[in-house]
Design a protein around this ligand. Structure first.
Ligand SMILES: [Zn+2]
Length: 154
């Protein structure tokens, strides 16, 4: 998606869980625990994938996209299809998407990735970039002085 940004990939964490499972340090009971809500979301809003479930190897994984953000109001925390995400991405400034993979067979589930969508990701002015940099700084005064220092060094 065009406005996709700040992607965080969770495949390392997933591999770690699968390693633990192989080593029998955790049981399938601990990782195949998809809630009824998650399974419903997968059924009604999920996107089928070509990827086989790493646990039971009998079903393909389904990706569920959960959306979060102030602009979403009462829709925050709900699942949306990819088509709906594209529409929201052109309507809202910024919202967070969490992608969860679910196996409809054995209830395996894991976070795949998270990213931001929204119009703020479209080629915006420099002003916009500065705004976001200020927000991501740990404390405003320190952040602004270090930025000023960086600019002075240029
Ligand atoms: Zn499975």
């Amino acid at each position: 998606m065009r406005t996709q940004r700040q992607v965080v990939d969770y495949s390392l964490q997933k591999r770690a869980v699968l390693r633990e499972l192989l080593a029998a340090r955790v049981g399938t009971y601990d990782v195949c625990d998809a809630s009824p809500y998650l399974k419903n979301a997968a059924r009604f809003h999920g996107e089928p994938t070509e990827e086989r479930c790493p646990i039971c190897r009998s079903e393909n994984l389904i990706h569920v996209h959960y959306i979060y953000g102030d602009e979403l109001k009462q829709s925050a925390g709900q699942a949306r299809t990819r088509a709906e995400l594209s529409v929201l991405a052109m309507t809202l400034r910024e919202f967070q998407v969490y992608v969860v993979e679910v196996c409809p067979g054995c209830d395996w589930n894991h976070l795949v990735e998270q990213f931001l969508l929204g119009r703020d990701g479209l080629a915006g002015g420099a002003e916009d970039g500065l705004e976001r940099e200020a927000v991501s700084g740990s404390s405003a005064p320190a952040g602004s002085t270090s930025r000023r220092r960086r600019e002075a060094q240029r």
